[in-house]
Design a protein around this ligand. Structure first.
Ligand code: KG4
Ligand code: ZN
Length: 311
């Protein structure tokens, strides 16, 4: 079974080929260097760049395989930026129609979950923590057709808050990796943390609550003309995020007894989160970096799980 998948929900244009859970080829074109100049993703620009980049990928795809060999076409239907999603939708449909092959419109977050199982089998029940610039949620897969979002952010996504705190501290964009670098340098010096936010539902998150708390503290110091200790703020902020995610994971593990836990999304690059995650469960998987950020292989892997008949 040869699956061709397209991902274009945010600022990465990605194509992938997966044959019976074996990755054959993937290419992802990132737009980050262009959006960086604006301090965040500009949706209109993202759509235009997808149009340009998808043309480049179509040419490459044609060189990689005879497209007539494709059995299924999958693409990210939602959630994402509408203009960006639309580019993937049109191209996926055009290819499926041309080849007269079935098309699968898929969910981006489910794809993130399956990024941990590229070339691997899923052990159910499985718990996923998806953390990126656009999402923060806990997913529980009881079986391939039975999943539940057991916790999600009520406001900002965790990556978004990393970026906003970094901006407030004048550290640049995207802020996550820069704050993380500070954390690695100062983790032994600044071991404290800010107040852990509270939400009504135990497994939901409020990252905006954490953001407001930190920004208010910084503003108070600015008003009092005190010097801001950027290293300390960055390190304590990251300490707080780690504790917050850890608390949630521990509650979910105790409640649902997953056989495996997976971490996905761009924020999974975070050193402190990775360290914590690998210690919280004996069977914890963090996918390769190229599969944790937005990519088409995870969409192909999700399609494969849905299509296969042996499980
Ligand atoms: O999944 P992703 O590549 O893209 C989208 O969400 O579309 O995630 C990007 C986010 C950004 O907010 C970035 O600051 C954050 O992931 N990020 C990190 C780290 N590397 C990337 N956050 C914390 N620590 C990192 N090392
Ligand atoms: Zn994503």
């Amino acid at each position: 079974m040869l699956i061709f998948a397209i991902e274009s929900s945010h600022d990465d244009t990605s194509f992938a080929l997966l044959e019976d859970n074996k990755p054959i080829w993937m290419e992802t074109i990132s737009q980050i260097d262009i959006h960086r100049k604006y301090g965040g993703t500009v949706p209109e620009l993202a759509s235009r760049l997808h149009v340009k980049n998808i043309g480049i990928l179509i040419e490459k795809l044609k060189k990689i395989i005879d497209i007539k060999k494709i059995d299924y076409v999958a693409y990210t239907k939602e959630p994402g930026l509408v203009g960006s999603l639309h580019v993937g939708y049109v191209v996926a449909n055009a290819i499926a129609m041309l080849l007269e092959k079935p098309i699968l419109p898929l969910n981006h977050l489910e794809g993130h979950f399956f990024s941990a199982f590229i070339g691997k089998e899923v052990e159910y029940p499985a718990l996923g923590l998806i953390v990126s610039g656009g999402h923060s949620q806990l997913m529980l897969y009881k079986s391939k057709n039975e999943y539940e979002v057991i916790g999600q952010t009520q406001d900002d996504a965790v990556g978004e808050v990393f970026d906003k705190i970094a901006r407030k501290l004048n550290l640049g964009f995207p802020g996550g990796p820069i704050i993380d670098k500070k954390w690695m340098e100062f983790r032994d010096k600044y071991t404290g943390h800010f107040t852990i936010p509270h939400t009504e539902t135990q497994l939901n998150f409020s990252f905006s609550g954490l953001k407001t708390q930190v920004i208010n503290l910084i503003n108070n110091q600015i008003n009092r003309k005190q010097e801001i200790n950027v290293d300390q703020y960055a390190t304590m902020f990251e300490n707080t995020v780690v504790l917050y995610l850890k608390n949630h994971l521990e509650i979910a593990i105790k409640k649902y007894h997953p056989r495996v836990i997976v971490l996905a999304g761009g924020v999974s690059a975070n050193k402190a989160i990775r360290e914590m995650f690998l210690n919280v469960h004996s069977n914890a998987i963090i996918p390769e970096m190229k599969y944790t950020t937005d990519n088409a292989m995870m969409i192909a892997r999700l399609a494969y799980e849905l299509l296969r008949r042996d499980r």
